[in-house]
Write a protein that binds this ligand. Structure first.
Ligand SMILES: Nc1ncnc2c1ncn2[C@@H]1O[C@H](COP(=O)(O)OP(=O)(O)OP(=O)(O)O)[C@@H](O)[C@H]1O
Length: 337
């Protein structure tokens, strides 16, 4: 496991998300991708948002930085440096985006310009966000490429994105994101397209940068193993809602929500050799037709009467769970469903 115990409660809170909801109009029906989500982030902390495909992780991330408002309705609060980003004018938000808050995506090729050298693309960001002159920008570009572990940085500034391997392209993306000295990096499945060895290297890079630069990170991943290796804290999403949050060690050692237990069982390291991979019975809920009560209840073998009637609130202090019948911490993680 990578070392990720560098955050203490002494670090100030830099992001406070309150009752964030995002819905889309799909053929006249409302699709609730993010439903009343609240969480916070401390300076330099790495928070993992985990959950199955379609649970609302990416839209949560995009809603933080105002990218979802183009297609959907976003309500609630994203409190950042004394301002609510949800209510901020697009013009002002553009200044925050890419400067104090930067974002990297799964496929760097979709964000990199194939026709421009890497040097020019880093330079563009430096022009926008710093007052460095041309030689200063060149020096800083080399420094950034070195920082993300690209060998022969000075010469590689002249290369185009296709001349880099997948892992190196992701490093370039990170270098571009770091050009503005962001306080928060939003990373949406940044290693999913990479093979396991390269994935580990990129995760370690993100973690080291977070530690060295005091930069907070929100890492969206469907892979609990990846989150376990990288994050200080986890937020587990299901059906557009947060169902469990807590320190990574606590959530992994003693998950409270049956859904988290199910996810844990699908991590290969937790499984005896030759045991078939666990998969939760049933299917994830349709976000256009969510049940009245807990969205996980139809897949849960431990539901009680309230589960069908009411939505369980997320309760607790350091370790929170949204469940009317949570597990006891000592309960075995096998055979939950
Ligand atoms: N522009 C849009 N219009 C309508 N529905 C959308 C739009 N963008 C996303 N959705 C829907 O919102 C839901 C949540 O999507 P989101 O991308 O956040 O899921 P996710 O948990 O990140 O999963 P994945 O890893 O597959 O991206 C999905 O049902 C998706 O189809």
């Amino acid at each position: 496991m990578l070392e990720n115990a560098h955050i203490t409660s002494a670090h100030p809170r830099i992001l406070d998300v309150k009752n964030l909801s995002t819905s889309f109009d799909v053929a006249g029906k409302q699709l609730k991708a993010v439903d009343n989500v609240s969480f916070h982030l401390n300076q330099g902390e790495v928070l993992g948002i985990v959950g199955e495909s379609g649970s609302g992780k990416s839209i949560t991330l995009r809603s933080i930085i105002g990218l979802s408002r183009r297609y959907g309705e976003v309500t609630g609060e994203v409190n950042w440096q004394g301002e609510n980003l949800v209510a901020m004018l697009e013009r002002d938000l553009r200044k925050v985006r890419g400067k104090d808050i930067a974002m990297i995506f799964q496929e760097p090729m979709s964000s990199l310009n194939p026709l421009l050298t890497v040097g020019l693309q880093i330079g563009e960001n430096l022009v926008e966000h710093t007052s460095l002159d041309k030689p200063g920008r060149r020096r800083r570009s080399i420094e950034l490429l070195e920082m993300v572990g690209i060998p022969d940085a000075e010469n590689r500034l002249n290369d185009y994105p296709h001349q880099f391997s997948g892992g190196m392209r992701q490093r370039v993306m990170i270098a571009i994101a770091l050009a503005s000295n962001p306080k928060l990096l939003l990373a949406d499945e940044p290693t999913t397209a990479l093979d396991v060895t390269i994935q580990k290297q990129i995760l370690k890079l993100i973690l080291d940068l977070s530690k060295d630069l005091g930069m907070a990170v929100i890492l969206v991943t469907h892979d609990l193993g990846v989150a376990a290796q990288t994050c200080d804290r986890l937020a587990v999403m299901y059906g557009g809602k947060l169902v469990e949050t807590g320190a990574t060690r606590e959530v992994l050692r003693a998950p409270k929500h049956r859904y988290t237990m199910g996810l844990l069982q699908s991590v290969p390291e937790n499984i005896e050799p030759r045991t078939p991979l666990f998969s939760l019975p049933g299917t994830p809920p349709s976000l256009m037709n969510l049940p009245l009560g807990c969205a996980f209840a139809p897949r849960c073998a431990h539901s009680v009467a309230d589960c069908a009637e009411k939505k369980p609130p997320l309760i607790g202090e350091q370790h929170q769970v949204a469940c009317f019948n949570p597990t006891n911490s000592g309960e075995a993680t096998k055979g939950v469903a």
